[in-house]
Ligand binder design. Structure first.
Ligand code: NDP
Length: 270
């Protein structure tokens, strides 16, 4: 029987526990942890992500502030804003919602965030520490995927894992975390030759491509665990990069879209 790894249910459990921890923390330190999210412009997807983060903060008892900045803000003004937050002892986490308008250098902005407040885990020092296997702030989506795998008690040691996608926010960091857990990891991308031949050897298949329902059952080894990171909108409906219905009977466990990796990303941020 196939196990559905439901990120919405898992998130609810984790957020309830987190709420208890936040209460303890608030009693101990006299204030709740404070997350500041900077939103530049009015990109609808960004607004929706920021709203989700604000809701999650409320749920776990964090203080949250959204700083809304105009689309035409200069890079210097944004950097100044970040500097102020870095130096504010009442701010614990800073997140700049990406993407930024074209005239602003994202790399510069990410590097301006204090390493200890970089809750997205995108600062080069956090990235380096992740790859060195040192304690650091982890990027949220890979962290959520690891929690999902843990929730079904999978022993990663020696498992063949295949990650499709090599982005800095999903593919590369999840591959690194899996290697640190003693899995044998192959990363595939658009130039991979004979993708099916690689994915068919995977005990765990992680898919982060951005192509609706590209992964059908012929890519999946029978009994594999399939984690679908993709979020695509087709004819007004959300779907993943994995053809869920086609793959369901072949795998031993699978994440749905929606209610899969998405909610776990925000929960990991918390
Ligand atoms: P990117 O566009 O940065 O990376 C996509 C990767 O897929 C690239 O490495 C690309 O290869 C590879 N790829 C593209 N086409 C193919 C193909 N035909 N065969 C094999 N590999 C291919 O995407 P992200 O990593 O940012 O996101 C991936 C998906 O995950 C998107 O749908 C995104 O919306 C979703 N996402 C979901 C999150 C969540 O919380 N649920 C969080 C972040 C992302 P190459 O490098 O060669 O171009």
């Amino acid at each position: 029987m196939t196990t559905v790894i439901n990120g919405a249910i898992l998130s609810k459990e984790i957020r309830a526990n987190l709420h208890e921890e936040v209460l303890e923390c608030t009693n101990k330190y006299g204030r709740a942890p404070h997350l500041v999210v900077i939103l530049v412009g009015e990109n609808p997807a960004s607004i929706s992500y920021v709203t989700g983060k604000e809701k999650a903060c409320r749920e776990v008892g964090f203080q949250s502030t959204i700083i809304r900045l105009k689309e035409n803000i200069t890079e210097d003004e944004l950097l100044k804003q970040i500097d102020e937050l870095n130096n504010d002892d009442l701010v614990d986490g800073i997140l700049v919602q990406l993407p930024l308008p074209r005239h602003i250098d994202e790399k510069k902005v990410i590097e301006a965030i204090s390493v200890s407040k970089d809750v997205d885990g995108f600062h080069p020092i956090n990235v380096a520490k992740l790859h060195l296997g040192e304690k650091c702030l982890l990027p949220c989506t890979p962290k959520g995927i690891m929690t999902m795998l843990k929730s079904i008690n999978v022993d990663l040691q020696g498992k063949n894992c295949c990650v499709i996608g090599r982005s800095n926010i999903v593919g590369k960091p999840i591959a690194s975390l899996l290697v640190s857990s003693n899995a044998t990891v192959t990363i595939c991308h658009s130039k991979t030759v004979d993708l099916k031949n690689v994915t068919n050897k995977a005990d765990i298949l992680i898919v982060a491509i951005g192509k609706p329902k590209m992964i059908t059952k012929d890519f999946v080894k029978p009994g594999a665990i399939v984690i679908d990171v993709g979020v695509n909108r087709v004819d007004g409906h959300l779907c993943g990069d994995v053809d869920y219905d086609d793959c369901f009977d072949v795998c031993s466990a699978i994440t749905p879209v929606p209610k899969g990796v998405g909610p776990m990303t925000i929960t990991s941020l918390m």
